[in-house]
Design a protein around this ligand. Structure first.
Ligand code: SF4
Ligand code: SF4
Length: 485
């Protein structure tokens, strides 16, 4: 057994070396034309995958059923243009918070990638999780990878037809559930499932559910690893985040080569790789990790579990394939925990989190839009008084009914008064279109300009009798103009 630190071949060298050899016939499996029948594998990482994927799928389906204050806690209400997240309500003008959130999520992913490579792909990506479920259903109906491959080649028979029909029916049912699950973030979940499964939904709701169901069926049932290999942009640029300290699934070539078949307990000069091919058989993307780092590897750890199983059988040390870094493989010390890249991504992540907090703290609970009366610039009342009319569009952005006080003031001339009622009540989430008249006296006019700037303010108060502002953020102002004859 060679010393693991004696010689280390880099990923690129390894790749070249094995592409030139006869041993890479397994790589052909990854071509789009060949179907991969993944061998089932048990082990630590597969258990972890099972837990993380189950958690992800359970959260996806159950979150829309959580209620908060008598309504769905998480809901993108497209028709009313509101996004509810527990006690937070976001309106289109507040969507910068969502933009920061998605950017924070991207930087968090980059940060994790610096340390753990594509661990997201293997353990938390929805594409992988749904493929995992579809493969599980397939294995339950058609049997293990040998049976599935044999069934593919077998001529059509009643048994084959029955198995295929059962599999595709279950796939379609799960796809339909997924379509409902997705749309239930956009409309009340309980009604949606009942409407879809009793065929009483409206045309567009049904169309969207079926659209996402078909996408799921095609992606997880048919495309599977092709999505990771050919469609996922992350697989193409993830290498930018890698460095020699990144822990990815790697084959210890110095220890494993030269590989070769042998009997258990047989004395040999060969390396530890017994060439059992299990690491290839269990790979969902059909690659041979012994060829070095490849963009197709989703870091699922199946080959680690498979190889450790073989190592145990042959009495060799574990982790011939493991989550490790290039530096560790070369016997070099791992760099400090904080690399420059990691610090950069962490700083960007912290900035995004800071922006989310600032934006959330500045979210105003009232929306105000002041529109001047376009028909009449001004109205003369008696000899001295002049009036202007406005339409105030006041929206209560909270989920509780609220009372508001309307005021008008001007730095240029402090004598504007509102003629109409100044206290209004608005239902949760509703917009009030409120006509208002502002009056002033010609005799109090400070100069000869034909118009003056004034400012409307709308403040949420406890009630009309006690006009105390609830919080400073529950006040909004907007400028407009007052016209004189
Ligand atoms: S090489 Fe290993 S870790 Fe990478 S995708 Fe294949 S089985 Fe998963
Ligand atoms: S599973 Fe391990 S021993 Fe078997 S072929 Fe792969 S690397 Fe070699």
């Amino acid at each position: 057994m060679p010393n693991s630190s004696a010689q280390v071949t880099s990923a690129a060298q390894l790749s070249d070396k094995f592409k030139a050899s006869q041993r890479i016939d397994v790589v052909q499996i990854a071509t789009p034309s060949a179907k991969i029948h993944v061998r089932e594998q048990k082990g630590v990482f597969q258990r972890l995958r099972q837990y993380s994927n189950t958690l992800l799928i359970a959260l996806f389906f159950l979150l829309p059923f959580i209620n908060y204050q008598s309504r769905q806690a998480i809901l993108f209400n497209v028709t009313e243009q509101q996004f509810f997240f527990f006690n937070l309500t976001l309106w289109p003008q507040d969507f910068t918070v969502l933009a920061w959130f998605f950017m924070a999520a991207a930087f968090a992913l980059f940060f994790v990638t610096v340390y753990w490579g594509r661990v997201w792909c293997g353990f938390m990506c929805p594409q992988t999780a749904w493929t995992f479920i579809y493969m599980w259903i397939e294995a339950k109906i058609e049997g293990n990878h040998h049976h599935r491959a044999a069934l593919d080649k077998a001529p059509w028979s009643i048994s084959k037809l029955r198995k295929r029909l059962t599999k595709h029916t279950l796939w379609i049912v799960f796809a339909l559930l997924t379509g409902c699950g997705f749309i239930s973030y956009f409309m009340p979940a309980r009604e949606l499932y009942i409407d879809i499964f009793s065929a009483s939904s409206g045309f567009w709701i049904g169309a969207w559910v079926w659209f996402f169901a078909i996408c799921t069926y095609v992606n997880a049932g048919w495309m599977r690893e092709m999505m990771c290999l050919h469609c996922c942009p992350y697989s193409r640029f993830q290498a930018v985040m890698f460095d020699a300290n990144t822990k990815t699934v790697s084959y210890d070539a110095a220890r494993g080569e030269s590989r070769g078949l042998r009997k258990r307990a047989e004395k040999t000069e060969l390396g530890d790789c017994v060439d059992c091919n299990l690491c290839v058989d269990v790979c969902p993307t059909g690659i041979d990790i012994r060829n070095g780092l490849q963009y197709e590897c989703i870091n699922c750890g199946a080959c680690v579990d498979a190889c450790n199983q073989t190592m145990e059988k042959f009495g060799y040390a574990a982790n011939l394939i493991s989550f490790t870094s290039e530096k560790t493989l070369k016997g070099q010390p791992q760099a400090s925990v904080f690399s420059l890249k990691a610090l950069g991504y962490a700083s960007a992540l912290l900035i995004m989190i800071g922006l989310i907090i600032i934006d959330l703290n500045q979210l105003n609970h009232i929306q105000l839009n002041v529109i001047r009366d376009r028909q009449t610039l001004y109205r003369e009342v008696g000899v001295d008084r002049v009036e202007n009319s406005y339409q105030l569009k006041i929206r209560n952005k909270t989920q509780q009914a609220a009372v508001y006080q309307i005021e008008v003031f001007s730095d240029e001339m402090p004598t504007f008064t509102i003629v109409t009622d100044t206290v209004v009540q608005i239902k949760p989430g509703e917009q009030l279109d409120y006509p208002i008249t502002v009056s002033s006296r010609r005799s109090e006019r400070v100069d000869d300009t034909s118009q003056q700037t004034l400012q409307f303010s709308v403040t949420q108060i406890n009630n009309a009798a006690s006009p105390t502002p609830i919080t400073p953020l529950n006040q909004v102002t907007q400028k407009s103009r007052f016209f004189w004859p």
